[in-house]
Design a protein around this ligand. Structure first.
Ligand code: GLC
Length: 744
């Protein structure tokens, strides 16, 4: 009896502590809040303002010593040497009046030293558990060196592949983005806070990915309804997951730069969501409000930013230069400063920095590139690859003589992709290295091109060399620097002479497998005839080569799905699956080539499409092939009509009808047929990975709360509107038969 009683007490204590722990969005506790208040009460105005100042710290620590001793710096970024980080912390903790430790930050975007696929590749896995595991690996490696804050995950929904930062997010879909946001926040911060917890920073708040023309930093024009129905939900999900910090975005939306936008930073983030974490600007985004024409000088934009809800200034030095004057003049209240400093101190207490500001430099070395980390990176790269074409030559048979060519075959730096600050190319396993190690003496190699932008008049040597092999592998794509921040493109075709190189390989008459490593979905329609199979691998990271070898030779069956729409031509941008129906949906109208001479003009029967490229993409969202085939059947709903507080139980049978074991990402889409505002033709509401042996079939039940169908309608409130709905269960956003149901 006693043992049972002890057990019950232990369980109750655990429940209470969890409940007690999660009293606010960042999970502060009364004990932490007491410590925050006590410390705040001891601080001078100058020391408070110092906490609101973040400095990019490079070079000699001595250059910052005076500012640290006088409490003028609250956070540093871009220092990752644990010896130097300990030096920074020692001055702040042991030589300043109050000994407040620094928040040490870094862009740990898809791994620290062990690089995982870029975030667009992470999304292509449709595997949040695996993505969380990868974020945990990144946190373990980075925190070991003293980095306790990452500027990740990036939640910017991107529907225009001209935008270089499409590489850094989870693609075009609100639901997928929200699922990945939660996974990365939990991975970085850990399910329980400890010394390996790295504060997540959800960014860029908000709407940055809708930059007009896909040109980075450009203006956005999102209505409040678009913000609430498409762009804000992933951030809200991340706040619910406990994200500790948030970063404002560079863009002005509807004329208001995010760094000075009270509506999003206070009314929504604090007022509606109750966020009690830290808000930091993007790099000098406060200062850029002068360029935007939203402020006259640094004093003015500092006032606007802090009164809009910004807590910490990254690299404008507006707070440290003008805040004392702004407070003394009454332009900024002391209470505003106190709230900002509370948000900063709260994160420092939650991370345990006051108890343990230093790291063990020797221990830090042991965790970098740990075998388990490399294994996780390889598994993620395997799941992130998308099979877009296969006429049956894949998987290749071991023992075949392989000819390898292409600028990405042995590109250890570029394979890591954008925002791989701490990825070291010496550790990269390229496809060439992996294949040579696996099939010694069976692999011949001619680069063909030495980098993706290179142009060459001919490739005779390549064709000749390819003829001597049984199969040809051509690795194409983008150098890492061609995507990411400020790297937007107006032409999305393969750069340089890559398409010609692929044709030269095809001219050998041997089977050709193209592998594309890129930071975005390129327009590859013209290249498809030049290959028998095509694997798309968004810059796959440190272990990409081994992963691709395993996929090409069938050790692993591809399961990746497109997290963004692949365009036929850049002129189709923006094009995404969850578009509105419009009053004239495309229904197969005449294309350019079929228009008769002197055709008469008419307004009848016209629809929304391009005369030259129609209305459909090359590959839709959620698309990806496998070495096997899957069949959906028996799709049934447990009811024909639901109430708003119901749960929809969807049952379907999925069969592996091919001869390879494989995993299918089963997707469930819903359409709200009639609403107070026009609604998308489809919206992803659920997905799950289903692993099936060859010949196996399984009945799957998915549950979707009817509340997931809620949206902000004409009256500005978020609710489920009654009426008729359609539901699809399929392997991508463009296929499957619909089932009808009602919400009363
Ligand atoms: C950059 C990026 C942001 C990054 C920050 C710090 O300009 O916009 O995503 O976290 O500066 O490097």
């Amino acid at each position: 009896m006693k043992r049972t009683k002890i057990l019950i007490m232990a369980v109750l204590a655990a429940v209470v502590s969890c409940t007690q722990h999660r009293t606010t969005t960042v999970g502060t506790t009364p004990e932490i809040e007491n410590r925050v208040e006590k410390l705040l009460s001891q601080m001078t105005l100058q020391e408070k303002i110092g906490q609101m100042n973040q400095v990019s710290a490079g070079g000699d620590v001595a250059n910052y010593a005076d500012a640290l001793r006088s409490g003028q710096i609250g956070s540093i970024l871009n220092e990752v040497d644990p010896v130097k980080i300990n030096e920074f912390q020692r001055i702040a903790v042991e030589q300043s009046r109050l000994g407040i430790p620094l928040l040490v930050a870094r862009d740990v975007i898809h791994g620290f030293h062990t690089e995982f696929p870029i975030p667009l590749g992470l999304a292509a896995t449709f595997d949040p558990e695996l993505v969380e595991e990868g974020a945990r690996v990144a946190a373990v490696e980075a925190t070991a060196q003293g980095v306790r804050w990452t500027f990740s995950p990036m939640l910017d929904i991107a529907r225009d592949p001209r935008w270089g930062r499409i590489a850094e997010g989870s693609g075009e879909d609100t639901y997928l983005d929200a699922v990945m946001a939660r996974a990365m926040v939990l991975g970085y911060q850990g399910r329980n806070l400890d010394s390996t917890s790295m504060a997540a920073c959800i960014k860029h708040f908000v709407g940055y990915g809708a930059a007009e023309g896909g040109r980075d930093y450009n203006s956005t024009y999102l209505t409040e309804r678009q913000l609430r129905n498409t762009y804000l939900p992933p951030f809200e999900e991340a706040v619910k997951a406990g994200a500790m910090t948030l970063m404002t975005s560079f863009n002005d939306n509807d004329g208001v730069p995010s760094t000075g936008n009270t509506f999003v930073l206070k009314d929504i983030l604090r007022g509606e969501w109750g966020f009690d974490g830290l808000v930091v600007t993007d790099w000098n985004s406060m200062g850029e409000m002068i360029s935007h024409g939203f402020g006259t000088d640094r004093r003015d934009v500092a006032e606007k930013a802090v009164n809009a809800g910004v807590d910490m200034d990254m690299m404008t030095f507006g707070f440290i230069s003008h805040m004392e004057d702004l407070v003394n003049s009454g332009a900024v209240k002391v209470s505003t400063i106190d709230n900002a400093v509370r948000n900063i101190l709260r994160i420092k207490f939650l991370l345990g920095l006051f108890e343990n500001p230093y790291v063990d430099v020797e221990a830090a070395k042991a965790v970098q590139y740990a075998p388990a980390h490399l294994d996780a990176a390889r598994r993620t790269a395997e799941e992130s690859a998308i099979l877009l074409k296969n006429d049956g030559i894949l998987p290749l048979k071991p023992g075949a003589r392989i000819f390898v060519t292409g600028p990405l075959a042995d590109a250890p730096h570029d394979q890591l992709g954008t925002w791989a600050f701490d990825g070291e190319k010496e550790h990269t396993v390229t496809p060439l290295k992996a294949l040579q190690a696996r099939f010694p003496g069976k692999v011949s190699y001619v680069p063909g091109l030495s980098y993706s932008r290179e142009s060459k008049p001919s490739f005779a040597g390549v064709t000749a060399a390819a003829r001597r092999a049984d199969a040809v592998l051509v690795f194409l794509g983008e150098e890492a620097i061609l995507s990411g921040e400020a790297h937007s493109l107006a032409d999305l075709n393969l750069q340089g002479s890559q398409s010609e190189l692929l044709k030269a390989a095809k001219a050998s008459g041997k089977p050709v497998v193209a592998v594309v490593m890129a930071g975005r979905p390129l327009t590859i329609e013209r290249d498809l005839p030049s290959c028998n199979a095509l694997l798309y691998s968004f810059h796959p990271g440190t272990m990409g080569g081994e992963a691709l070898a395993n996929l090409i030779f069938g050790d692993v069956n591809p399961s990746g799905k497109t997290p963004v729409t692949f365009l036929r031509t850049v002129g189709q941008a923006p094009l995404y699956y969850s578009h509105n129906m419009t009053g004239r949906p495309y229904s197969g109208q005449t294309l350019l080539a079929d228009i008769p001479l002197e055709a008469g003009q008419t307004s009848l029967g016209n629809t929304s499409y391009y005369l030259d490229y129609g209305a459909y993409p090359l590959f839709p969202f959620g698309y990806g092939l496998s070495y096997t085939t899957f069949e959906y059947s028996g799709i049934t709903l447990d009811k024909a009509e639901y109430s708003a507080d119901d749960t929809i139980r969807v049952t379907f049978t999925l069969a592996n009808t091919g001869k390879y074991d494989g995993t299918e990402v089963a997707q469930i889409y819903v359409r709200d047929l009639v609403g107070s505002i026009t609604r998308p033709v489809k919206e992803l509401k659920h997905f799950e990975r289903v692993a099936l042996k060859a010949g196996e079939s399984r009945t799957v039940e998915a549950q979707i709360p009817v509340s997931a169908l809620a949206f902000v309608g004409l009256d500005g409130t978020k609710k489920v509107e009654s009426g008729d709905f359609l539901l699809w269960v399929s392997g991508d956003s463009a296929s499957g038969e619909s089932t009808r149901f009602k919400v009363k």
